[in-house]
Design a protein. Structure first.
Length: 125
């Protein structure tokens, strides 16, 4: 590993960009959000969430989701159960199949933490 000198940036005239969060999370907020982030921390669950969110009509049949992976149906069901328990998705059985859709409130909560802060003149709207 080479040793490189990093340039020193003068921030005495103010920050070059707005911080991502307005204030740090308190303990209760961290406890509320941790299960959501843990649920999407697995690559399969993150892909499942993405597939459901991008599916035409806003909901996806489990039959469409399982064909996207080289995993067994019980494994996919387990991952969907974790996402549902975290409140990221919801489902409804229709005959033989189960249909899943995104819980928009949960995604809004995550995006509020991850999205850039809107400040005048610093971050474009």
């Amino acid at each position: 590993m080479s040793k490189q000198e990093l340039p020193v940036v003068d921030v005495s005239e103010g920050a070059c960009c707005a911080p991502l969060a307005r204030e740090p999370l308190n303990a209760a907020e961290a406890d509320e959000l941790a299960p959501l982030f843990k649920a999407i921390g697995d690559p399969v669950r993150l892909r499942l969430l993405s597939l459901i969110a991008c599916h035409e009509g806003g909901e996806a049949c489990v039959c469409d989701l399982t064909s996207a992976f080289e995993l067994t149906a019980p494994t996919i069901s387990h991952h969907l159960k974790v996402l549902k328990q975290a409140g990221l998705i919801d489902s409804e059985r229709r005959g033989t199949w189960v249909y899943y859709w995104i819980n928009p409130q949960a995604l809004q909560r995550l995006s509020a933490i991850l999205g850039p802060r809107q400040a005048t003149g610093l971050v474009p709207a």
